[in-house]
Design a protein around this ligand. Structure first.
Ligand code: PRP
Ligand code: MN
Ligand code: MG
Length: 172
């Protein structure tokens, strides 16, 4: 059975935005190298597309953390289920996410990754739902601020499906 999906951000708009963010990062990090960290699974499409738009040297790593379950108001407990392969020592780290909702995931990640002595950590997200924020996070690169609707595509899933849509949609 397939669900009805309404387009919220078109493929062209997403592509253009990623190009823009890639250009901005390339300018901001001119003369440096960046180490992109993807938060699996949602961040993977955005990170790969973004990496192609960055003109300074790029390295990439991946990590996975357990979501805090389906309870709407959670304890905020987050756990690493797949750690990074590489050290962060002295690196200019950019954590790449598909979406920031409550902010818990990124706030937790910044806390633990900061202890690994990177030169810097900045945050980059394709989508932001500011209305949903519970924990404050300082995000440098935001693609689109969106209303509090259930979105899929470009990495975002509904019961693990629709991550592969090349646009952002709302499940009706
Ligand atoms: C989603 C999304 C972010 C996080 C945002 O991941 O991809 O990682 O939730 O929510 P928060 O700001 O409230 O922490 P999810 O846990 O669904 O895992 P997935 O990326 O594998 O879909
Ligand atoms: Mn995720
Ligand atoms: Mg998910």
């Amino acid at each position: 059975m397939s669900d009805n999906i309404k387009v919220l951000v078109t493929e062209e708009e997403v592509d253009r935005k990623i190009e823009e963010i890639g250009r901005k990062i390339s300018e901001d990090y001119a003369g440096k190298e960046v180490h992109l960290i993807c938060v699996l699974k949602g961040g993977v499409f955005f990170m790969c597309e973004l990496a192609k738009r960055i003109t300074v040297p790029v390295s990439m790593d991946f990590m996975s953390i357990s979501s805090y379950g389906n309870a709407t108001e959670s304890s905020g407990v987050v756990r690493i289920t797949k750690d990074l392969d590489d050290s962060l020592e002295g690196k200019e780290v950019i954590i790449v996410e598909d979406i920031i909702d409550s902010g818990r995931t990124l706030s937790y990640l910044v806390d633990i990754l900061q202890k690994r002595n990177p030169k810097s950590i900045t945050l980059c997200t394709l989508l932001d739902k500011p209305e949903r924020r519970v924990v404050e996070v300082d995000v440098q690169y935001v693609g689109f601020c969106i209303p509090d609707e259930f979105v899929v595509g470009y990495g975002l899933d509904y019961q693990q499906k629709y991550r592969n849509l090349p646009y952002i949609g709302v499940v009706q």
